[in-house]
Write a protein that binds this ligand. Structure first.
Ligand code: FAD
Length: 498
């Protein structure tokens, strides 16, 4: 009998255990079910939807090459799976696991119900090196600090080697009809029509910057990894800290959508190390270890979310629940931050990069986050929500971890009293001012040393660069020193209360 392979955020063919398991059956029915309402409060945002559309298009083409149509439907997941079982006589359902709380609950229910219907139902691991429940402290608890967590992961067995893509896939007799396919190239037409009907693309096209930057899909993920490994991995440490340089992998959206899996990245890094290169071997190994530990942070984020389902909304450190945030009538301050008009160049450059490309460099994420939560004293959840809508890599686990890190309330977080100084950060990590000049052309003619804090530049310097503050570029919306003091005072309040 045929087997259904329920596709979710595992939009690839290689290293895909659910796909391989379903491919053992007489015929395979690959289905993507669009059900954003089943994600609880965290239905994907606009940038994620843009990505999903293009990634599904790439996947539909990949299935078409196997001669198997990708079925795309929307609605209730359980009802859709049951309808497919009725249409095809399938006796088994396979999927790869996801770890968001609402999804876990839904999947548990679906698994039980389908098993009660008499089907064989199996879930698999395609997304993580280690399942969140397999890494435990000595006393059987979960980890709240990264270093011991990662040490425990490294002590555990080496990650499994990745699985190959299936060589062939057997189509179901009525596959074209199920996919709504028509015409001469049914497999291809089906995917396209069904995909359009999901309405994932924006009605006003703001996605030009995303299109020019990204290639969603499995081939795009591999192109990214293969460009990164030989050219950038050896210099990842310290190259990863400079936002103007292409010093990181930019794999995050590909990993989020499961277009590539961490086992594949792991193995590719080991192979690159074995290949050697021109750089000093010790430095190369250190760089690779640092990079792998970032994959470790992704694992840690999933571990924390799995063990603390309230993590995306509630501070892990309960003391922060009563933090005295600043009132922001009409969200005026929040909107200024969102638009990249704070008057602090590094913050604005980051926010503009985010809006234009759906991505922001990690160091700048920390800086814009600290500015929002500490200098503006607005709740981290407001920043988290904006990132959720605008990042192409928006990921519930990593985004919550990032924001609670910034806010000082999370697992292994930055202490609240450590307030990033965006001007010092800018001088240190964008010393040439290239990142600022790229994202804020109005400041590009300022001498480098004045780009980080234009309000401190002498009037003749501003004038000769053609910059009038308040006209070409805003005055800073807050005084950095005063707002830092106010943040520390606010923190003292909850410290006393705690
Ligand atoms: P690389 O440096 O090349 O790292 C390789 C991979 O490791 C990344 O693709 C990512 O999957 C993982 N990784 C790296 N750093 C982290 C980290 N700190 N936490 C978890 N995983 C990490 N990352 C997301 O994937 N989605 C998010 O929604 C997200 N929101 C964030 C919000 C804030 C406030 C902060 C400070 C960080 C956030 N991050 C998030 C983490 C990090 O900024 C991105 O993963 C990274 O910038 C992606 O770029 P890259 O792929 O070039 O990373």
């Amino acid at each position: 009998a045929p087997a259904i392979y329920w596709i979710r955020r595992d939009l690839r063919l290689a290293d895909n255990p659910a796909l391989l398991a379903a491919a053992q059956a007489k015929a395979i029915i690959p289905v993507y079910i669009h059900a954003p309402h089943e994600a609880g409060d965290w239905a994907p945002g606009a940038a994620s939807n843009w990505w999903l559309h293009h990634s599904l298009a790439a996947l539909a083409s990949a299935y078409a090459r196997y001669g198997v149509p990708l079925i795309i439907r929307s609605g209730d997941s359980l009802a859709t799976l049951r309808a497919l079982v009725a249409e095809t006589g399938a006796e088994a359902v396979h999927w790869n696991r996801l770890y968001e709380p609402a999804t876990i609950e839904r999947d548990r229910h679906i698994k039980q119900t389908l098993r009660d219907d008499g089907l064989s139902v199996e879930s698999h691991n395609a997304a993580l090196l280690h399942e969140p429940w397999t890494i435990r402290t000595g006393t059987g608890g979960d980890y709240k600090a990264f270093t011991p967590f990662w040490r425990a992961c490294r002590r555990a067995a080496e990650p499994e080697p990745p699985l190959p893509a299936p060589q062939t896939l057997a189509r179901c007799d009525n596959a074209d009809a199920m996919a709504g396919a028509m015409g001469r190239d049914p497999a291809a037409t089906a995917g396209a029509a069904a995909l359009e009907s999901l309405g994932l693309l924006p009605t006003i096209d703001w996605a030009g910057g995303l299109r020019s930057r990204w290639q969603p899909g499995e081939a795009g993920a591999w192109a990214r990894l293969e460009a990164f490994l030989p050219a950038t991995l050896a210099a990842y440490e310290p190259g990863r800290d400079y936002p103007a340089r292409p010093g990181t992998s930019r794999l995050s959206p590909h990993l989020h959508f499961g277009e590539i899996g961490p086992r594949q990245v792991w193995q590719a890094v080991q192979a690159q190390l074995a290949r050697g290169g021109d750089s000093d071997p010790a430095a190369r190994t250190e760089s690779a270890e640092t990079f792998l530990s970032e994959i470790g942070w992704r694992e840690f984020a999933h571990h924390v979310l799995f063990h603390h389902p309230g993590f995306p909304d509630h501070p892990l450190n309960a003391r922060f629940a009563d933090f005295p945030w600043q009132a922001d009538p009409g969200d005026a301050m929040l909107k200024t931050w969102q638009r990249g008009e704070t008057g602090i160049p590094l913050v604005d450059a980051g926010m503009r990069e985010l809006y234009a490309t759906g991505w922001m460099h990690n160091r700048v994420r920390m800086v814009v986050g600290s500015f929002l939560v500490k200098n503006l004293r607005l709740p981290w959840q407001a920043g988290e929500a904006w990132f959720w809508d605008t990042l192409v890599d928006a990921d519930l686990a990593s985004n919550s971890l990032g924001w609670q890190w910034v806010a000082g309330s999370g697992a292994d977080a930055a202490p609240y009293f450590r307030v990033f100084n965006p001007v010092r950060q800018s001088e240190r990590f964008d010393a040439e001012g290239d990142y600022i000049a790229h994202w804020i052309p109005a400041l590009a003619d300022l001498p480098v040393k004045h780009r980080h804090a234009p309000w401190e530049a002498p009037a003749p310097v501003l004038e000769s660069a053609g910059v009038t503050l308040g006209v070409d570029y805003p005055h800073p919306m807050v005084d950095l020193k005063e707002s830092r003091q106010a943040a520390l005072a606010a923190f003292e309040q909850i410290k006393k209360a705690g």
